[in-house]
Design a protein around this ligand. Structure first.
Ligand SMILES: C[S@@+](CC[C@H](N)C(=O)[O-])C[C@H]1O[C@@H](n2cnc3c(N)ncnc32)[C@H](O)[C@@H]1O
Length: 267
């Protein structure tokens, strides 16, 4: 387990993933009934973009740093995301969720790496609605489903260090939708090979996902860095595609990114 998200925090892929998470939570908050956020690969929750890790790769320079000067009226999800990601204090997915939850909602954030978990726990200790767990997120997820609230979002954002991560991910998502078919799933993956990414989304669809879209994000990068990533969103809430298209129209030009939203099933 060598992966440290601090090297990538606030990059092009984080930006789109985190705006999507905000859009989903904004939708869930339209009803007063409680909901759950389950984050299986939570990371440390908070990243200092002026710190050593972020400084070494400079990845945030092609992501959040290009958006912090945006001003004026903006789509809701983008505007709420930019409010959370000001300056050099960059929030990871569990902190974004924790900051947006209401007293009736719950966040379970799972992180396997002991050092990342220690920071996550300190970060989330400030939020009554949040629990941090130092466990394997893949193994833990089935035990958390369905959540007591019976509505919510599962975020699965693995490090892709293992060569069989796509297979593990597809198996985990398929098992999860059997236990919590109505849940919203936000799944991140790198695109180093388009056929491998397509095989993964096809496997999830074959496993029973009825409503699914992908968001493809591509930027031009040098030095062999990752410049292409995808999000698979299962059971995207009503209006999510339009909300993301509106955000994409604003962020794509400054990030010099191509962002494509594509329905795979159940549009
Ligand atoms: C891509 S990062 C997560 C970033 C975070 N979701 C965010 O958006 O801010 C992946 C994290 O998963 C952790 N991790 C790796 N394998 C894991 C596992 N099996 N279960 C839980 N966490 C794991 C890594 O230590 C790393 O912090």
């Amino acid at each position: 387990m060598n992966y440290r998200h601090g090297y990538h925090a606030g990059n092009f892929a984080d930006v789109v993933k985190h705006i999507a998470l905000v859009a989903i939570i904004q939708h869930l908050k339209k009803k007063d009934t409680p909901f759950a956020v389950i984050d299986t690969h939570a990371g440390r929750g908070f990243y200092d973009l002026s710190g050593e890790h972020a400084g070494k790769t400079g990845e945030a320079q092609n992501g959040i740093a290009r958006l912090q000067c945006l001003a004026g009226a903006m789509p809701d999800a983008l505007s709420a995301y930019l409010d959370l990601a000001k300056g050099n204090s960059y929030p990871g997915s569990p902190l974004i969720a924790a900051r947006l939850l209401r007293p009736q909602d719950r966040l379970t954030a799972v992180e396997k790496h002991p050092q990342e978990f220690a920071v996550l726990k300190d970060t989330l200790d400030l939020y009554r609605e949040a629990t941090a767990e130092n466990l394997d997120g893949y193994a833990r997820l089935p035990k958390l489903l369905p959540p007591a609230a019976r509505r919510g979002v599962v975020v699965i954002d693995p490090p892709f260090e293992a060569t069989d991560e796509f297979e593990t991910l597809a198996r985990t998502v398929t098992a999860a939708i059997r236990k919590f078919a109505t849940g919203i799933y936000l799944v991140w993956y790198p695109i180093k090979s388009q056929p491998a990414a397509d095989a993964f989304t096809s496997e999830v669809l074959a496993g029973g996902a009825r409503k699914a879209l992908t968001i493809d994000v591509k930027i031009a990068v040098l030095d062999g860095k990752l410049g292409h990533a995808g999000l698979l969103v299962l059971n995207p809430p009503h209006g999510f595609d339009a909300a993301m298209a509106a955000a994409a129209a604003v962020i794509a030009p400054p990030m010099d990114a191509a962002i494509t939203i594509r329905w795979l099933a159940g549009e």
